[in-house]
Every structure is written in C-alpha cells, then in structure tokens.
Design a protein around this ligand. Structure first.
Ligand code: MEV
Length: 327
C-alpha cells in the first residue's frame, strides 16, 4: 500500500516580506501541484526519489547517501526529511520510508514549491502510517520542515498549501479563507532565475537593521497596501487591485528585492494591458504576477516572452492538501 498526497503552490498577491514582521499577506493557491507518494520500507532508511529533478538517494540516520546525483542534494532534502520524521514523532511511530517527490510547480521561483512538497510529505506519511491528521496538524508539521530551509518563515506558504483557495494570513493571528467572485485571470512570469527565500529575507532584515526608521515606514506602507488590496479583492475592484499591486511592487523594489528582469516583465505586462503587476514571493529572481482581463492575456504572455521570461496562465485552486491510497 502507498499513499499519495498533493498540495498546491501559491502566488502572493500582497504582503510578502512585511508578513515576516507584521500585518497580513493576501495569497492565492494556484492550479500547479506538488505530488508525494510514501511507502513503508522494511529497513530504517528514508529514501527519496526526486528523479524529475535528476536525483535520488537515502538517509541512514543523518547521513545522505546519493544514488543518482550529487551529495549536496541531501541538503535540499532536509526539509522533507524533517517533515517526515516530525510526522512519525507526532504519531508516535517509526518506519523506513520510500518517498517519491514530483511537482509541476516551478522550483525556487517564489511559487511555494518547497512548502507544497513539505505539506504533501506530511499528508502522505501521515496517511500511510494511519494517522488521521487534521489540516491544522498537517500545516504545523510542514512548518517544521519549512523552518529548516527558510530560517524564520512567516508560515504563509505552508498555510496556503494546506488549505488552498484565497487566504488572508497573518502571523500569530491565523487565516481567513474566502472565495472570489468569479475567476480572476492571472499571468505569472517566471524570470527563470533561481533564488533562495532565506537569503532575501535576510537581506531585508539587514537593511532594516541598518535603516530601521526607513524600513519600518516601508513595511507600514506594505501593510496598508495589503489591507486595501484585500478589500479591493473582496469587492472585485480590478482597477484598484491593479493600482495596489503596482504600489506594492514599488515598495518591494525599495527594499532591494526586485531585479532588472522582474522590473522589465512587470513594466512590459502593464504596457500590454495588465490592470497591475508586481513581483511575487521573495523576489531576487523567481516570478512576477500580472492581473489581466481575458482580452489581454495573450498580449501579456507575449510581453513576458519578449523579456525572455516564461509565462504561465494560472487560476485559483480551492483544493488544499489531499490524500488517496494508490498501488
Ligand atoms: C515567501 O513566499 C514569502 C516571504 O514573505 C517569506 C515568508 O513569508 O516567510 C518573502
């Protein structure tokens, strides 16, 4: 018997970086999913197959033994190893595991692929070992994995991958989940530059230490934009949403987390008819998101391609983490 779990990736509409300190992030689950299959093994090894990314190997204790690919890949697997072990600890059981990781969420692009894989790892291991984990438990256990890679993540990524849909998320406050009135067409542009969330969060933290008053002011403005953005989203006011996305991009740029290619894609998308566009996620590479109407989608796609980015038309996925038994 094996258990498969899937969980969605995400795009942050408002509030990345500020959410690490205070205030809300407004975030959408997107229709791109991570897929994890867990099986029991007779030994005590935890085996990972990530052959989509070109590697596989296993952990025996803390030691990573690569079977295909380089040994440093073991570091990249730490989050999922911790997620699996914390799940077993939580259930008071132990087993060797074979874990297959697959994902159609672009990796290291700000679309939450690592959180989605952590959530799906917890859900599949929990399902396999007979634990009927609640969404809350899945979310909390996946956060343990996230902390290993990201240091002090706000928790927005594991929450959206667990619950799906559209969330207002605030640290120490929790989530408000709601449904949109109709389907908003979003175009995501991937700059194809990989980056580390932890490094970018650190960069903002260091700027804040050097220039506390200035950075506090910018963070306050992002909080305001996020609250207004939430109201505009609920009212389906696309023009206001677009304006606020543009302001949010400017504020993130002022924190030093944009790059020229993201700026180019953002400005080209606006020129191609987007209501608004901004970087999404930690920045430093990764993705931007444009709010479009149906008529402009093709033009925005072409604008992103002209900037040598990769466009993805995405819609909101209301399905959070999901498990099922497989052969
Ligand atoms: C990453 O998806 C979003 C950041 O705000 C970091 C975090 O919330 O942990 C940049």
């Amino acid at each position: 018997m094996a258990v498969e779990a899937t969980a969605p990736g995400k795009a942050i509409l408002f509030g990345e970086h500020s959410v690490v300190y205070r205030g809300p992030a407004v975030v959408l689950a997107i229709d791109r999913r991570a897929r994890v299959v867990a099986r029991k093994r007779d030994d005590d090894r935890i085996f990972f197959d990530a052959m989509d990314l070109g590697f596989s190997g296993y952990f025996t204790g803390e030691t990573y033994v690569p079977l295909q690919g380089e040994s440093w890949r073991g570091k990249r697997l730490q989050a999922f190893l911790v997620a699996a072990r914390k799940t077993m600890e939580h259930l008071g059981t132990e087993s060797g595991l074979g874990i297959t990781l697959r994902s159609d969420i672009p990796v290291a692009a700000g679309l939450g692929s690592s959180a989605a894989l952590s959530v799906a790892t917890v859900a599949s291991v929990g399902g396999l070992l007979g634990g009927d984990l609640s969404q809350e438990e899945i979310c909390e256990l996946a956060y343990e994995g996230e902390k290993v890679v990201h240091g002090t993540p706000s928790g927005v990524d594991n929450n959206i991958s667990t619950y799906g849909g559209v969330l207002r998320y605030e640290k120490d406050v929790g989530i408000e989940r709601f449904e949109l009135d109709g389907d908003l067409p979003f175009v995501i542009g991937d700059s194809m530059r990989k980056r580390s969330t932890k490094r970018l969060v650190d960069r903002v933290r260091m700027l804040r230490e050097r220039e506390p008053e200035l950075v506090e002011g910018v963070l306050d403005s992002i909080v305001l934009v996020s609250e207004s953005g939430l109201a505009a989203l609920k009212a389906n006011d696309l023009h206001r949403l677009g304006d606020l996305m543009n302001v949010n991009h400017g504020l993130l740029s002022s924190l030093g987390v944009s790059i020229a290619k993201l700026d180019m894609m953002v400005h080209s998308s606006r020129g191609a008819g987007a209501y608004g566009a901004k970087l999404t996620g930690a920045g430093g590479g990764g993705c931007m998101i444009a709010l479009s109407d149906e008529a402009s989608i093709e033009k925005i796609n072409r604008a992103i391609l002209r900037c040598r980015g990769e466009p993805h038309v995405v819609s909101v996925s209301y399905e959070g983490a999901k498990t099922r038994e497989v052969d």
